[in-house]
Design a protein around this ligand. Structure first.
Ligand code: FO1
Length: 315
């Protein structure tokens, strides 16, 4: 177990997978996972924070292994009954998962911060690593399409990522303050690396970078910032990353991701399938590590995390 201190920026299922690998690689007391909150929304009277929950469930071993989101061993009585009452069931909330949303909503209503609630839930689920939201202030990803703007979960779940994207807007980002844990990590003296997990750059990482001062703190961060490509061989492992790149007129390649993070990252980790792009990416001014980035098993998650930590320590 490495004593390295690591900050991971994560969103979605891919991000949570590497966060799990990192939690088995560095001492969990030295791991802070900051989750995107641009996916958050108020639904059925509840505050839903999907990327916080995906990291929390993944690090606690409770995540549904086939979807990556929500919990395993779920029952669906709430959804079935809601459906019979004519309620909205396009966003699937399992009975156990529902309890978390109800309790978080209660605590938020009682004035607790999202950071405090997230830390308390992680502790109760026995997670040693720290999990924190990118901000305690609301930031909401809005997806621009030719037919007008879409709230994120309407785009992602209700409309199943079918609409063409023409851009993104992060509502609330201009007045949001970075989360305390994020600010302390980036401005403190003990952090040895920042890892941008293989999440969708547009909808999972850009919202974090849109919070004022985050991009500047990263640019000033003295130790290595490493990103892992979510694109392998021209495809996204999961989700709409490749589709979005194409719709935004960019190549669906690891190179396009490196370009997106240009000037922010010191190192970029790509899959062996994309080794041919290594030199072109180096020409962008960052170091490249070629390895297996497809995480099917826990062992894959751990070995990728080990590669990333070793890469950061070499830079
Ligand atoms: N994603 C879906 O594609 N369909 C769902 O019904 C769904 C429900 C859901 C419930 C709780 C939760 O934490 C996440 C959920 N997600 C669902 C994933 C969610 O849309 C996330 O925003 C994505 O994982 C992208 O980050």
């Amino acid at each position: 177990m490495s004593s390295a201190t690591c900050l991971a920026l994560s969103g979605g299922v891919g991000g949570a997978k590497l966060a799990l690998g990192l939690s088995h690689t560095v001492d969990p007391d030295n791991l802070l996972v900051v989750a995107n909150t641009g996916d958050d929304f108020d639904h059925l009277g509840l505050r839903i924070c999907p990327d916080i929950d995906t990291v929390t469930y993944t690090l606690s071993g409770l995540a549904n292994p086939s979807t990556g989101w929500g919990r395993k061993d779920e029952s669906w009585s709430f959804m079935e009954t809601l459906d019979s009452l004519g309620g909205e069931t396009w966003f699937r909330l399992g009975d156990r998962d529902l309890a978390l949303h109800v309790e978080r909503t209660r605590r938020l209503g009682a004035g607790e911060s999202l950071s405090a609630i997230t830390a308390e839930i992680a502790k109760r689920l026995g997670i040693a690593a720290r999990i924190a939201p990118m901000s305690d202030d609301p930031v909401r990803t809005i997806v621009a399409t030719p037919d007008g703007p879409l709230a994120f979960q309407h785009y992602f779940v209700r409309d199943q990522c079918r609409p063409e994207v023409t851009g993104f807007h992060f509502d609330g980002a201009d007045t949001a303050r970075p989360g305390e844990a994020l600010t302390k990590a980036l401005t403190g003296t003990s952090l040895e690396m920042v890892v941008i997990c293989p999440s969708n750059p547009f909808i999972s990482v850009d919202p974090i970078l849109a919070v004022p001062t985050v991009r500047a703190m990263l640019a000033d961060f003295p130790a290595p910032v490493i990103a892992v490509s979510p694109i392998v061989g021209g495809q996204a492992i999961k989700g709409p990353t490749a589709k979005m790149l194409a719709e935004l007129g960019r190549p669906t390649s690891a190179f396009a991701i490196a370009e997106h993070y240009r000037d922010l990252i010191d190192g970029f980790v790509i899959d062996t399938a994309d080794a041919v792009s290594a030199d072109a990416i180096r020409d962008l001014g960052c170091q490249v590590r070629v390895t297996n980035t497809v995480m099917k098993s826990l062992q894959d998650r751990v070995s990728l995390a080990r590669d990333v930590v070793a890469f950061a320590q070499e830079l």
